[in-house]
Design a protein. Structure first.
Length: 224
């Protein structure tokens, strides 16, 4: 074995190749650190904005009750309980994580909790189509019922996935209510509500891509 080791030829790696390998490893590490920092910043921003989303959700629910009539007090209370639960759980997740806003493990756990909370919030708000909106509700009122909170969540959280999680169950339940209650616009209104919600989701995606482009563009070097 020793004789074999002595007879094994030594391969000299050119200095230029060694430098290229080292530089490649450094660039890979730098790219990984950049991606990690970007993800941490994104999640930290989501954490900070969730506080405003929770407050906006509760405020919009109270505003909705002020503009609707025909629903019984018991139904209104049930819907308020759903929205209050969604807002309180969101606030609880925010409070638990805000003490360590740049810990990636805590932020990832918060993001997972936030996904479930937003999905529940969408179902809670969409239930208002049956609990708060009355039969014969006009198309404009039904459209505002879904569009206003969806736009608020999109503007506050600035995350397309968050918009989808909140918007999808809300749009489906409200469109069902339009047919089953029924609202004044019936099946036509149901289809238009879904189209409007899809447009809001698409706008959220485009806005996110535009922000990503503005973030990357200053870092690009001019071509020579």
């Amino acid at each position: 074995m020793a004789a074999f080791a002595r007879s094994t030829p030594q391969i000299d790696v050119p200095e230029r190749v060694s430098e290229e390998i080292a530089n490649g490893s450094a660039i890979a590490r730098l790219a990984a650190l950049h991606a990690e920092a970007e993800e941490t910043a994104r999640l930290a921003n989501l954490l900070g904005r969730s506080l405003y989303a929770a407050i906006a959700l509760a405020a919009l629910a109270l505003l909705t009750l002020g503009f609707t009539d025909g629903a019984s007090v018991s139904r209104q209370l049930v819907w308020c309980a759903f929205i209050a639960a969604a807002s309180l759980v969101m606030l609880r997740a925010y409070r638990r994580t805000i003490g360590q806003p740049f810990e990636r493990v805590a932020l990832k756990s918060f993001a997972e909790d936030m996904s479930a909370i937003l999905l529940f919030s969408g179902f809670a708000w969409g239930a208002g189509g049956f609990l708060v909106l009355s039969p014969g509700t006009g198309f404009i009122a039904a459209l505002l019922f879904v569009a206003v909170p969806a736009i608020a969540i999109a503007a506050l959280l600035r995350e397309p996935e968050a918009v989808f999680l909140f918007l999808a169950p809300m749009a489906v339940l409200t469109s069902f209510a339009s047919v089953l209650m029924p609202f004044a616009s019936g099946a036509l209104g149901s289809g238009l509500i879904l189209i409007a919600c899809a447009a809001i989701a698409g706008a959220a995606v485009l806005a996110d891509r535009r922000r990503a482009g503005e973030f990357i563009r200053p870092a690009m070097l001019p071509l020579t």
